[in-house]
Write a protein that binds this ligand. Sequence first.
Ligand SMILES: *[C@@H]1O[C@H](CO)[C@@H](O)[C@H](O)[C@H]1NC(C)=O
Ligand SMILES: *[C@@H]1O[C@H](CO)[C@@H](O)[C@H](O)[C@H]1NC(C)=O
Ligand SMILES: *[C@@H]1O[C@H](CO)[C@@H](O)[C@H](O)[C@H]1NC(C)=O
Ligand SMILES: *[C@@H]1O[C@H](CO)[C@@H](O)[C@H](O)[C@H]1NC(C)=O
Length: 268
Amino acid sequence: MQQQQLARKLFVSFLVALSCFPLPGLAQPPELPQEEVDALRQIATTMGAKYWSFEAGAGAGACRIDTVGVTEKKPKGSQKNIDCVCNFENNTVCHVVKLMIKGYSLPGMLPPQLVKLPYLQEIDFSYNYLNGTIPGEWASMKLTYISVLANRLSGEVPKELGNITTLTFLNLEANQFSGILPAELGNLVNLQTFRMNDNNFNGILPDWVQNWKQLKRLDMHSSGLEGPIPSNISLLYNLKELRISDTNAPSQEFPMLRYMTGLVTLYV
Ligand SMILES: *[C@@H]1O[C@H](CO)[C@@H](O)[C@H](O)[C@H]1NC(C)=O
Ligand SMILES: *[C@@H]1O[C@H](CO)[C@@H](O)[C@H](O)[C@H]1NC(C)=O
Ligand SMILES: *[C@@H]1O[C@H](CO)[C@@H](O)[C@H](O)[C@H]1NC(C)=O
Ligand SMILES: *[C@@H]1O[C@H](CO)[C@@H](O)[C@H](O)[C@H]1NC(C)=O
C-alpha cells in the first residue's frame, strides 16, 4: 500500500517536473506566427473572398485552407493549396511558402499584403476576376513563381516587378495589361518561362530581352506587341519554345531564328 502511494507521488512529481522543464524530445510542435495567420485572412479579403477559414495546425503539412471563395461551396474546377515549411529556428517556427487560390471567380484585387508572408515563394491566383494591376509592394519579395493567368488585370505592368529577380516563372497571360514593358523587367535574369500573350500591350519586343539568358519559353502571341523581333533574341541560347503568333508561319521572315538551334516549338 505504502509502496503504491509512494509510486503515485513519484509519478505526480515526475509529471510536474516534465511540465516545468520540457524535454528536448517532447518539444512543442512548430507553429505558424499569428501575423502570418492574420495576413492570410487580409489577403483573402483583398482578393474578394467572402468566406475564409484556415487551419494553421501544428507542424509541417498541417496548414490547410478549409474554405475560401464568394460562395461557401467550392466552385467546380477550383483548386486551393497552401504549403508551410516548419524547419525555421531549430524546427520551432513555420512559414507559408506557397499559396494557390485558383478558379474561385474572386472579384477583388491582387493583395499588397503578400509582403507579410516573408518566406512566400510561389503564388498562383489563376482564373479569378481580380482587377487593378500588380502591387508595387511586391518588389521586396523573393518570389520565384507568379501566375495571374486569366484575370481582369489592367494598366501598365509596374516597374517594381523587375525587382523580383528571384522569379523563374511569370505568367501574365489573358488579362488586359496595356502600355509598354518596363525596361526594369530586363533585370529578371533568372526567368525561365514568360507568358504575356492575350493582353493589350503597346510597342515592340524590347532588345533587352537578351538579358533573359535562362529563358526557355516565351509566349507573346496576341499580346498587342508589334514586330520586328529584335535580332538580340538569338542570344537566348536556352530558348526552346517561342510563340509570336497563333499559327505556325514560315520562319524565313526571321533569319536570326536560324541560329536558335535549340528551338523545339516555334509559332511566328
Ligand atoms: C539551435 O540549436 C543549436 C543547438 O542546440 C543552438 O546552438 C542554436 O543556438 C539554436 N538556434 C536557435 C535559433 O534557436
Ligand atoms: C475593380 O472592380 C471594382 C468592383 O467591380 C471597381 O469598383 C473598380 O473600379 C475596378 N478597378 C479597376 C482598376 O478596374
Ligand atoms: C527596386 O529596384 C530599384 C533599382 O532598379 C531600386 O532603386 C529600388 O530601391 C528597388 N526597390 C525595392 C523595394 O527593392
Ligand atoms: C541588340 O542588338 C542591336 C543590333 O545588333 C544593338 O544595336 C543593340 O545595342 C542590342 N541591344 C542590347 C540591349 O545590347
